[in-house]
Design a protein around this ligand. Structure first.
Ligand code: CO
Length: 208
């Protein structure tokens, strides 16, 4: 890609949209009411809307390194607040991906500067599930499992927020943990049992 191509692509994209609906952008400018909040990795290979077949207006997107939801991160906390409490999305997705560079980095002992505190959140996930992970002899299988467990723990972080807890009481909000498999292009639902997790942790994290 280069800059010229991007601006050319944009012209073609506008023409495509207008050829289907001449009021496309006028309608788009009226507002948004997405059903989904998607929290995923910044990895250039994991294109949120594209892999889900989403159109503009369908999905509120937040991406960072390794799809993290740390409770001290003002950015992800603000995104959850706005999407859940104001846009009233009915689904919150945390989507990880196999062969995630952020997760890989957290499995190695290297000083990565400003990335250290960010990746430490993934090391905490490893520590929480150390028994299970250490028992996996195959390194690639262990790496993939950490990607899945990281998704699960970030979903738990989503559930810890007051916005999501309020939404659980007010409406049928669903939280989903997914993994994108770069090798096959498949989106995998981890089918995390949030009712079980919630019953186990809510005594500690209940804020309302
Ligand atoms: Co990644």
């Amino acid at each position: 890609m280069n800059k010229e191509i991007i601006f050319e692509n944009n012209k073609k994209w506008i023409a495509d949209k207008l050829s289907i609906d001449e009021n496309y952008f006028e309608n788009l400018s009226k507002g948004q009411s997405p059903e989904f909040l998607y929290i995923g990795c910044s990895d250039s290979r994991v294109t949120a809307e594209d892999l889900m077949g989403g159109q503009p207006g369908d999905i509120f997107v937040h991406r960072n390194i390794a799809n993290m939801v740390p409770n001290t991160d003002l950015s992800s906390m603000s995104v959850i607040n706005y999407a859940v409490a104001h846009l009233k999305v009915n689904h919150v997705v945390v989507c990880g991906h196999y062969f995630c560079g952020g997760v890989k980095a957290a499995m190695q002992s290297a000083d990565l500067g400003i990335l250290n505190p960010w990746l430490r959140n993934i090391r905490d996930v490893y520590r929480l599930h150390q028994e299970e992970l250490d028992a996996i002899a195959d390194e690639e299988a262990r790496y993939k499992r950490l990607v899945e467990l990281n998704v699960q723990e970030q979903c738990v972080n989503v559930i810890k927020t007051v916005e999501v807890q309020n939404a659980f009481k007010e409406r049928n909000l669903k939280v989903h943990g997914w993994v994108f498999d770069i090798h096959s292009g498949k989106l995998i639902d981890l089918n995390i049992d949030f009712d079980k997790i919630l019953s186990e942790i809510m005594e500690i994290y209940n804020v309302g």
